[in-house]
Every structure is written in C-alpha cells, then in structure tokens.
Design a protein around this ligand. Structure first.
Ligand code: ZN
Length: 313
C-alpha cells in the first residue's frame, strides 16, 4: 500500500506543483488504484508515474472546487481511449455527476466502460465496504461541501505455518483448515493446538485523506489513530486569520489535528505556489513543533504505508 502524490499545489497549477491529485496504490491488495481528487493535468502526472488509468477502480472527490475536479473529464476520456473496460465508480458531493455528465455530453465523448456515481448526502457515513476495506466519509468545514475520507483495511489473519506442521509429519488436507481456525486436533494420539501454528494477525492499516478545510473536530474523528493523515496546509502559522477567512488550515492546525487524533504520520499537501522550496519546508518545520512526524510532500512523491509491526518511516 502506497500513496503517490500526483499534485500537491493549491488553487492554480504551478511549474513545480500541479493541483490536487492523490493516488492510493492498492496493487498488492487488489491490483487497483484509488484516486482522491483529480485536478487539471492529473492525467499528465499519471503519465509520469507507473499508474495505468485502467487500474483506477474508484475516484473519491473531496469537493467541487475546480482545482480538485477539472481533470476528471479528460482522465475519464483517456481511460476510454486506452481501451479501459473495467467499471469505474466516482464518489463525491452532490453535483459531481452533473459536472462529469455535462462535460462528456457537450464534448460528445463516449466511454468504453460503465461509470457509476455515488453522490454523498449523509455526514459520517460508510460509503463502501467489502472484505478488504471500509471507507467512511464525513463533512469538513470549507464553505462549499467538502468531505474527508477514512480508508480502513481489514485485519490480515495469520498465516498457517505449514513448514512446522510438515516437520511433525502432519499431512496437508482438511486438518490444516481446522488448525488455521485455531482448533485443536488429535493426530497420532497427540493433541495439537492450531493456535501454536498460526502466525501473528496483522491489524489493517488506516489512511485518512481530507479535503480542503478549516480546523474542525470531524477531521480528528476521521483521522483517529490513522497510520497516515493527509492534510492540507495552505497557510503558514502566522496566517491563521487568512486561513479562517478562506476556509483553509495552517500548517500548525494540521499538526494539531494529527496530535489530537494520535496518528502515526502527518503528510502536508495543498501547498500555495507562494511558497517556494525553502518556505515550503518552513511549513513542515512549523508543523513539527507540534507533531514531529510530519512530512511535506512534492509532486510524484511516494509514501509507503507499512503494517504497524513492520516499522518504516
Ligand atoms: Zn477548495
């Protein structure tokens, strides 16, 4: 599981930062990519990455400001041109379907794959669930309806330690199934407890990706104990008044959310073009005063999300 930042800028594209596009790469987990927001030029950024558009299974839109959605019609059309036939789901605020359908209709674009819209109408809702993942959304504070998403991976059950069993001469077959479930079996007159032959259960990972927002308690709820929190950082610590006026956050407000939610790592994105490299790192340093494990990302950066007991950054 990795997150690749396709665009880390705020508002308008800049030479060094494109507008928002975030890919959650679930290639090992489900051979798929989930995209969060799709600002203009996202498909060009995808070309620079190893992501294949037809592997994009779901797109989650946080809010309908142009710098988060103007890349959608182009990406959807290209996915079709490239022969994509796999269905695609788009989640987002009410209006996202209208925007996409209108763009496709006016440009007489036809897609080669089924497109399904899931417009979000409820606060604090489970919007997707299967055996592997649960996705929740909640409303943030951005003037326009803006959502945050929490992606929870189900726990990975421990693997059966087949080599140990073979060393005891236990043949593979239905007995292994019982042992894997932790049952006790009798083999050769000996009691064998399955629990001793099953590896450790790994808790699933949690990723929280928030749309643009002021500091709000729903951010903390969405991010509670997440492995990674992706948070906007449009303003620096001296600009709290501006952040409030424009419904955005400062670097330190992002760090406060990370701290209150007890996340493992904070990633800062949605960086204004006013901040060049040095000033951008200042945003990171400001956040680190409150939450040390903070990293500001640049376009194309990849963040790996390890299991809790496997260390990592
Ligand atoms: Zn916005």
């Amino acid at each position: 599981m990795e997150i690749q930042f396709l665009g880390t800028g705020a508002g308008v594209p800049a030479k060094h930062r494109n507008v928002t596009g975030i890919a959650l790469k679930l290639l090992d987990e489900r051979n798929a990519v989930w995209l969060f927001d799709c600002g203009e030029g996202t498909q060009l950024q995808i070309l620079k990455s190893s992501i294949r558009p037809r592997k994009i299974e779901k797109i989650f839109i946080t809010h309908l400001h142009g710098d988060h959605i103007f890349g959608l019609p182009g990406l959807l059309s290209s996915r079709s041109f490239q022969g994509g036939t796999e269905p695609l789901e788009i989640y987002g605020p009410v209006g996202v379907a209208d925007f996409v359908k209108t763009s496709l209709r006016v440009s007489q674009s036809r897609l080669s794959y089924p497109l399904k819209f899931i417009e979000l109408t409820k606060e604090n809702d489970v919007i997707f669930k299967d055996k592997q993942f649960t996705v929740r959304c909640n409303i943030l504070d951005h003037g326009i309806t803006s959502f945050g998403y929490r992606i929870e991976e189900s726990a990975h059950e421990g693997e059966l330690q087949v080599e140990k069993l073979q060393a005891l001469g236990i043949p593979s077959g239905p007995l292994y199934g019982k042992l894997k479930r932790g049952e006790t079996i009798v083999f050769d007159g000996q009691e064998i407890n399955g629990q001793a032959f099953v590896g450790e259960r790994k808790p699933g990972r949690i990723v929280t990706i928030l749309g643009d927002t002021r500091k709000t308690k729903n951010s903390v709820t969405l991010a509670r104990r997440a492995d990674v929190l992706v948070h906007e950082s449009t303003f620096n610590k001296h600009e709290a008044k501006m952040a409030k006026a424009y419904f955005h956050s400062t670097s330190q407000q992002a760090a406060e959310v990370a701290k209150e939610a007890q996340v493992k790592q904070l990633i800062l994105t949605h960086i204004s073009a006013r901040y060049l490299t040095k000033e951008a790192y200042q945003l990171q340093e400001e956040a680190q005063e409150i939450f040390p494990n903070t990293k500001i990302v640049k376009d194309m950066d990849i963040i790996e999300i390890p299991f809790a007991n496997e260390g990592g950054a």
